[in-house]
Design a protein around this ligand. Sequence first.
Ligand code: AR6
Length: 180
Amino acid sequence: MVSNSEIAARLEAIEGDITTLKVDAVVNAANAPLMRGGGVDGAIRRAAGFEIDEDLQRIGHCEPGTSIFTFGYRLPASYVIHTVAPVWSGMNGNAQEERIFSACYASALKLADENDIDSIAFPAIGTGAYRWPPQLAAELALAAVVRHLRDGGRQTRVIFCCFAVVDRERYADLISRLAG
Ligand code: AR6
């Protein structure tokens, strides 16, 4: 049984641009038709180069809560795992949409395990154009990552890469509470 403090030691919250991180994989917050978007998706595609657009056009679709895999091309990260959050309904306590949101993290980490990815960085999926409240999103994200690592997930380093310092503090606080 992996203890909470062992899990917390594998987690990290940083403020920064996910496209600069030298990790095995970065996660992208995409849309279901895998069309080029703004936000983190636009930043990742710009930095990776045209090959990633071609790959995503060929793949063509990603259901909310599921994930797909491409190379990172010109990114410092070797791979990109693309996942799609549901658009937030605007109502708290919607178990079905929270389940799909959590599945973004679970499915990305499952793909990471299958591809021997030890270090992975997540942006705050769903909290931009898809309007998820940042605190709820962070709590669901952390819970899903902890479940994965507790169930034997191989990652030694999971980074929550935040664009704003307040989001970094939110994750840092959740991680320190987990460590106890
Ligand atoms: N590094 C880290 N975080 C970033 C970066 C970056 N370079 N750029 C933005 N963020 P969003 P969503 C943060 O809108 O809500 C896209 O157009 C940003 O501040 O990118 O899942 C897709 O194509 C926010 O906290 O993703 C979809 O159509 C977080 O990343 C749709 O938007 C997520 O914001 C997906 O919306």
